[in-house]
Design a protein around this ligand. Structure first.
Ligand code: FES
Ligand code: FES
Length: 170
């Protein structure tokens, strides 16, 4: 039997406490202990990106992270990307507008990867967009609509802030 450990961390802006087995993955904690099922289990071995979350702003495969490693850190899941009033963010809405999902299984990880990119590089190039989602597999879309969604989001965000974009909003 694995040792149980108490941890405290900030999840989507809210301080959460949990008691978790020392060998539990962060992915299992998020889904099965804390009930946030937006983050998906795909391969379980760091290959598909379906389980991607932000830890202190960086993309992490939560299937490869122990839950106890969240202690003292900031974790953002796809549930934390919406606007404070619960409406979809510009990025989420852009995925809808460009039909960037079919089965949607990869979408939470894609959104997290895209959010991390736009946080770091608000007006990326297409090469930077493709590089940012390089660790996320999609079986359905052929990726083009996902790239288009991130371009569209960047253009919409530039329009909001009055800055230059590499892309036109659709
Ligand atoms: S489930 Fe974590 S990378 Fe595939
Ligand atoms: S939309 Fe089905 S895996 Fe990407």
């Amino acid at each position: 039997m694995s040792l149980a450990v108490e941890i405290e961390f900030r999840l989507n802006g809210v301080v959460r406490r949990a008691t978790v087995p020392a060998d539990m993955s962060a992915l299992v904690m998020l889904r099965d202990v804390l009930g946030l099922t937006g983050t998906k289990y795909g391969c379980g071995e760091g290959e598909c990106g379906a389980c991607t979350v932000l830890v202190d702003g960086a993309c992490i495969n939560s299937c490869l992270m122990f839950a106890v490693q969240a202690d003292g850190h900031r974790v953002t899941t796809v549930e934390g990307l919406a606007n404070p009033d619960g409406t979809p963010s510009v990025l989420q809405d852009s995925f809808c507008e460009t039909h960037a999902l079919q089965c949607g299984y990869c979408t939470p990880g894609m959104l997290i990867a895209a959010q991390a990119l736009l946080d770091a590089v608000p007006q990326p190039t297409e090469a930077q967009i493709r590089d940012a989602i390089g660790g996320n597999l999609c079986r359905c879309t052929g990726y083009q609509q996902i790239v288009d969604a991130i371009k569209h989001a960047a253009a919409r965000l530039a329009r909001k802030t009055g800055s230059e974009s590499n892309f036109e909003a659709l």
